[in-house]
Design a protein around this ligand. Structure first.
Ligand SMILES: *Cc1c(COP(=O)(O)O)cnc(C)c1O
Length: 370
């Protein structure tokens, strides 16, 4: 079996932009490719290994980077959310989530046995989350049953909207409900400190936004909650129960660590990424392709609504697949094959010159087929 990836120059897939490895991570990946490669000098738990220095990374560097008290890595952002939900779950209890929440939030809650209440979002075109709607949803549910957690997706993976998390935390805390910020699309891209929002839990994704091959999630908690979430087994006192003893034990943590110095640097240049995204959005709109979600936008992930490409697809012999194929011919991939009317893309870490080329390509495709 030969395993190869298709060649391309520009990949616009939001899922993949922030997970591209640094040179350092690519080298480390080969070095630590073997199974259990980090376990040569294990003192009984992966976050305590000093050679390589995972201990310092998890117990010193990550808490500082995230502005929280205690961190562990998990096998993905979803496993981190599940660990929190499962630790807090009680019979008949609820979790409050935003209307733009990722499916993995919902299945994590379902697996943890929690009932799910969704805070409505506004409709087209902005799909915004109004923090006040958390208050009304909490009021509605708490009349009947207990709420153990509020969750806000920051930003969501469809529109790239960044709700007012601070306000959501304030509202939830007024009812004594802790808050989890799902930052799969932000930690490693933008500067985020959990303390600034006064949240209780923060979750990130290494393969989504931290230049790691993953799968790896990071879970930050406040000191008030660390004994609840990271409680240990009564049979194996060193092993943390919710993490099933050990989590990321190989290339996932090593590539995360190898990229980390560069990731710390790149979050400081977040403003440039936002400016590039806004300029790209403006130029797409000049072509008649509308950006939905918050405007001006605050993130590189953007959702577009394109009547003009959809009209072309109705008459084109390749139907909806024409856009994918024409972009591919120009070395551009990442928009799902078959989509023309609605699609998302990311401009993250794509140089301005290449983004101009993407815009020119859209323009040529529209003009050629109209
Ligand atoms: C990608 C994504 C996830 C899932 O992250 P994993 O690390 O793959 O579990 C969760 N939430 C949001 C908003 C995402 O975009």
């Amino acid at each position: 079996m030969q395993l190869k990836r298709p060649e391309h120059d520009i990949n616009l897939n939001p899922l993949q932009r922030g997970g591209i490895l640094t040179k350092e991570a690519r080298d480390a990946l080969v070095e630590f490719a073997d199974g259990y490669s980090v376990c040569d000098f294990c003192p009984g738990r992966v976050d305590l290994i000093k050679t390589p220095n995972i201990k310092n990374f998890i117990h010193e560097e990550l808490p500082e980077f995230l502005g929280c008290d205690e961190v562990r890595t998990t096998n993905g952002a979803r496993e981190a959310k599940f660990a929190v939900m499962h630790s807090l779950a009680k019979k008949g209890a609820w979790v409050i989530i935003d209307g733009n929440a990722h499916y993995s939030t919902i299945v994590a809650a379902e697996r943890a046995g929690l009932k799910i209440a969704k805070v409505e979002r506004s409709g087209e075109p902005k799909y915004k989350i109004n923090p006040e709607n958390y208050a009304s949803k909490i009021e509605e549910i708490r009349k009947k049953e207990k709420i153990v957690l509020s969750l806000v997706t920051y930003p969501d993976g469809n529109y790239g909207n960044l709700p007012d998390a601070k306000k959501i935390v304030n509202i939830s805390h007024a009812y004594d409900i802790p808050v989890l910020m799902n930052c799969a699309y932000s930690i490693g891209r933008m500067p985020i400190k959990m303390k600034k929002y006064k949240a209780d839990f923060i979750v990130g994704s290494g393969q989504k936004s931290m230049a790691s091959s993953g799968p790896i999630g990071i879970l930050g908690v406040s000191k008030e909650w660390k004994d609840t979430i990271f409680r240990t087994s009564k049979y194996y006192p060193k092993k943390e129960l919710e993490l099933l003893g050990c989590t990321t034990r190989g290339a996932s943590i090593i590539t995360l660590m190898a990229s980390f110095p560069k990731v710390k640097e790149r979050v400081e240049r977040w403003d440039e990424e936002v400016n590039k995204a806004r300029e790209f959005s403006k130029k797409m709109e000049e072509l008649g392709i509308k950006q939905l979600g918050e405007k001006p936008h605050h993130h590189d992930l953007m959702f577009f609504d394109s009547e003009v490409l959809y009209e072309i697809s109705k008459k084109h012999k390749k139907r909806g697949f024409f856009l994918y194929q024409e972009l591919k011919k120009k070395g551009i991939i990442g928009i799902k094959p078959g989509l023309t009317r609605n699609f998302k893309l990311s401009t993250y870490q794509i140089p301005k010159k290449k983004l101009d080329y993407v815009i020119d390509s859209f323009q040529e495709i529209i003009e050629k087929n109209k």
